[in-house]
Design a protein around this ligand. Structure first.
Ligand code: G4P
Length: 190
């Protein structure tokens, strides 16, 4: 997606050869117009996927996922990283390890928001090691639903996330795939 790549080049900041800061438009301050374009692009890419729900992982996946769900005319479900102790409803959970942040969490959703037979389109902001996306696929499958697709805003193609998702039988689609980056340059895959 050219618009997104341009924005990464103008406003993204590489803080190392592994981490790209996009806090001015994607995960701290959010550009609604860009999110709308991203939602329209995902809706176009997944128009034949017969998705019945969009799911994302809090928090930065919510903006692109919501815009995608709005364009597709289906609900959006947030998979949470922490569980409220006042929850008494039936939950589905799976452990996830974040290599980037060095943290572990229980990815959690309420069973009643993913029905058996649902086709769930997973949307997330970054694909790095694939842990979060794989966790999301496990939750969908534990609910008895199917993964209709996986859409990623920014893929770091030099990390193993894509391979791990493909090995698990999925075909992630990203809007901008970074082949390599350093302090001076960001290079996208063709
Ligand atoms: P993985 O799911 O692909 O294995 O990735 P990993 O655990 O290594 O990292 C997950 C978290 O780190 C996600 O944020 C993801 O957005 C963020 N992340 C990974 N690489 C980058 C990067 O290059 N730049 C930025 N800005 N973030 C990156 P999170 O824990 O889900 O936090 P949130 O922002 O969604 O709340």
């Amino acid at each position: 997606m050219q618009l997104l790549k341009k924005r990464i080049l103008t406003d993204g900041k590489t803080i190392s050869s592994e981490v790209l800061l996009v806090d001015s438009f994607l995960n701290h301050q959010v550009d609604p117009q860009l999110m709308r374009e991203i939602g329209e692009e995902f809706a176009r890419i997944f128009k034949d996927a017969k998705a019945t729900r969009v799911a994302t992982i809090e928090s930065s996946g919510i903006s692109p996922a919501l815009m995608t769900a709005m364009k597709l005319g289906i609900p959006m479900v947030v998979m949470k990283k922490s569980t409220s102790t006042i929850l008494s409803e039936e939950l589905i959970q799976t452990p996830v390890h974040s290599y980037t942040k060095g943290t572990n969490y229980q990815l959690t959703t309420k069973r009643r928001f993913i029905d058996p037979g649902d086709r769930v389109l997973i949307i997330d902001d970054f694909l790095a090691n694939g842990e979060a996306a794989l966790g999301a696929t496990r939750l969908v499958q534990r609910a008895g639903a199917q993964v209709a697709g996986i859409g990623i805003v920014i893929e770091k193609a030099f990390q193993p996330g894509r391979k791990r998702l493909i090995d698990a039988g999925f075909k992630p689609v990203s809007l901008a795939a970074i082949a390599r980056m350093d302090q001076d340059e960001i290079e996208f895959e063709e």
